[in-house]
Design a protein around this ligand. Structure first.
Ligand code: WT7
Length: 666
């Protein structure tokens, strides 16, 4: 019987490992099957990382040259290196070795936007397709160390594209296909990509997205781009620029079905992925080959308790790190069958997830709290009548999950599944705080305990001193490096050091606040910097502000994150208009300006960054030295204007009353 503690405060609720998972007649024995085993392995990983990770790297990855030293450098100087002297290739590890032993095994289940259009790709076929695209890239002059931009919908070619790049040692730089042309342009330019891989159109939730058209817009100001290879998703007529644009399938068909993988050193760069930080400029987080791949493989093995025969389904987009690690590199490195889901949870109906789980007999299912909350709102009827008995593990990622959503998700597993709330970041490469399903009792809303090799600390944000013991809250840091941590920011190592290693010298700074509760469990409290998390998408306030400021009517802006029942946070923008522009709340011209400003953000960043509310104002709360007090805006929006704290340092405290009125009226 499943214990129900939902009446207790979340911190007091402890859900033991489901008996079902430990029942050898029902489930494979979990790789880590007791708390003691977790503790012992974690202790070894911290006390003797060379031995621990040396063994994992030898067992889980295939090397063409073995490494001679497990670890060098660290957080102190930002000279992190793992598996020195070793050589390996990520695409070989994810494709060839499984294609050779088991060519007919399904690598990818492509669950297309329309539910009746799923398609299976075997490892043997994946190898051919990866080799052919790798050959096509080489034919276009791409060599080891070059960067290739990928702007694609969730189609098999996207997975093939990542693996084709790593096969020849090119760094892929995937740009989420929800980004606007301008955002794409900035990323293509920053990475100096000469080739862009894309598709004619995208399909999502029954809607068509003009993918190629967005690429064309972006490339108007990317003089370095010589070649665009276009996959055909819909077969629509799209403009093709002579000498630059080619059909991906045509180019591939000219190439042989096998080419050798490029031998890569452990620390050779593997890919870039742009992410938002506290400044307006997105940063190209760089991961290197062996450490990243090991983190991906180890977490699929231990956190998702992967066993041969499992059908692994991560609902993220390949455009984000979650897709990189848990659609492509993690599952494929272990030879798993990985589901590639092109659609959305509510298309054609809110039963889509559950129908898909039943149809493909999915064993591990991984999604985000925002999707869980959205489905929960639509009612329980959609979850009924589906055979979900194949499921063993339900994962969540991207933002803190509120206990109500956790319980709803847990109920999907009918007491038989473990819920793993996995905390990590683009920069960490793979999970760093998470339960292990066979070993760690869970608490709804807590990411629980550190993964192997992760030595956590919570610091006093002001003094930077470690807060010892339990029942403490502060900023979350990691005390030493681990294999899959990012190595640098592309072209800007200084920024890497300043963002992550210098704020608290010698520690990796996550940017999140966290509590360690009385039992030593970790609760992520959200970002302590100017980063907003909307539906698990990471956005910087500065980035949105600089998009708004480009509008001719705007003098100044302040963007904040407000709470939202479905998306976790949403964006509220205070916009100070230029003198001479009148704002009359409710008036047509004012409403039009608000609409224009929303469009402006969609255009500069992408639709997912659109502010939910725009407040047009005459003035913003600033200190006498001119520092914007976002804290006050956050409180006003949260309806906490009675606890604004000290506003006497404001240059003009009367601004506050005006803002309270303005927010109340909107
Ligand atoms: C930020 C990283 C890599 C996952 C996808 C987002 C937040 C992520 C959790 C979680 C609470 C979480 C943090 C983190 N976050 N997972 N399980 N519980 N918060 O990757 O875009 O690099 O964002 O997402 O705030 O810093 P990302």
């Amino acid at each position: 019987m499943m214990a129900d503690h939902s009446e207790l405060p979340a911190e007091e609720q402890l859900y033991p490992v489901p008996a079902h998972l430990l029942d050898a007649s029902q489930c494979p024995k979990p790789w880590v099957s007791s708390l003691e085993q977790y503790k012992e392995m974690h202790r070894q990983s911290i006390e003797n990382p060379d031995e621990f990770f040396g063994k994992e790297a030898t067992e889980l990855l295939s090397w063409t040259t073995p490494f001679h030293k497990v670890h060098h450098g660290g957080l102190q100087h930002g000279d992190i290196a793992w598996f020195l002297g070793g050589q390996l290739n990520a695409s070989y590890n994810c494709v060839d070795r499984h294609a050779m032993s088991n060519p007919d095994k399904i690598a990818i289940i492509y669950e297309a936007d329309e539910p009746n259009q799923s398609e299976n790709i075997t490892y043997g076929e994946l190898l051919r397709r990866v080799c052919q695209l790798a050959g096509a890239l080489r034919a276009r002059g791409i060599r080891k160390g070059d960067t290739v931009a990928i702007y694609m919908p969730m189609i098999p070619e996207a997975v093939v594209a990542l693996l084709a790049c790593t096969r020849i040692g090119a760094l892929h730089s995937v740009v989420f296909a929800g980004f606007s042309a301008e955002a794409l342009r900035d990323r293509v330019q920053d990475a100096s990509s000469r080739v862009v891989l894309t598709a004619d159109q995208g399909k999502r939730g029954g809607k068509t997205i003009e993918t190629k058209r967005i690429v064309d817009d972006a490339l108007k100001s990317c003089p370095l781009v010589e070649t665009v290879l276009v996959a055909q998703r819909t077969g629509a007529q799209v403009p093709m620029k002579e000498g630059r644009d080619f059909w991906l399938a045509d180019e591939c068909s000219k190439q042989p079905g096998y080419i050798d993988p490029e031998p890569m050193h452990s620390e050779d760069p593997m890919f870039l992925l742009y992410t938002s930080g506290s400044t307006g400029q997105p940063k190209g987080v760089m991961h290197t080959t062996a450490g990243y791949l090991l983190g991906a493989a180890m977490t699929v093995k231990y956190v998702f308790d992967y066993h041969p025969g499992d059908i692994f389904a991560c609902m993220a987009d390949v455009g984000w790190i979650t897709g990189h690690t848990y659609i492509v590199y993690g599952p494929l490195s272990l030879g798993a069958t990985s589901v590639l889901f092109e659609s959305i949870p509510t298309y054609p109906t809110p039963a889509r997830y559950w129908e898909m789980i039943a149809k493909h007999k999915i064993t591990q299912f991984y999604t985000a709290p925002t999707a869980i909350r959205a489905l929960r709102r639509l009612g329980d009827d959609w979850t009924k009548g589906h055979d979900l008995s194949s499921l063993r593990i339900l994962g969540t990622v991207g933002e803190p999950i509120n206990p109500e959503a956790w319980h709803w998700y847990n109920d999907i597993g009918q007491g038989k599944c473990a819920v793993v709330d996995t905390y990590w970041q683009t920069e960490t490469g793979s999970h760093i705080i998470t339960p292990l399903p066979g070993a760690i009792a869970t608490k709804p809303g807590s990411a629980t305990v550190p993964f192997f090799g992760i030595d956590l600390a919570i610091l006093d944000p002001v003094t930077g001193k470690e807060l010892e013991g339990n029942n403490v809250t502060g900023v979350l840091v990691v005390k030493r490096d681990w294999p899959s941590i990012a190595r640098t920011i592309y072209g800007n190592h200084q920024r890497f050091l300043e963002t992550y290693l210098k704020p608290y010298h010698g520690y990796y700074f996550t940017g999140d606040g966290a509590t360690r509760d009385k039992d030593g469990y970790i609760w992520i409290r959200g970002r302590v910097d100017d980063v907003i998390n909307v539906s698990g998408h990471r956005l910087s306030t500065a980035e949105i502000e600089s998009a708004l400021i480009m509008h001719h009517a705007v003098a100044e802006t302040a963007v904040i994150g407000a709470n939202d029942d479905v998306t976790g946070q949403c964006i509220h923008a205070f916009v100070c208009v230029k003198p001479g522009i009148s704002i009359i709340p409710g008036h047509a011209s004012t409403l039009d300006l608000s609409k224009e400003l929303v469009l402006q953000v969609r255009k500069v960043i992408g639709p997912f960054a659109a502010p939910k509310k725009i407040y047009l104002v005459e003035d913003l709360p600033k200190t006498r030295s001119g520092k914007l007090m976002r804290r006050i805006l956050r409180k006003i929006v949260a309806g906490e204007s009675d606890s604004l704290g000290d506003i006497s340092t404001l240059a003009d405290p009367s601004v506050v009353e005006v803002l309270i009125q303005r927010v109340a009226k909107s």
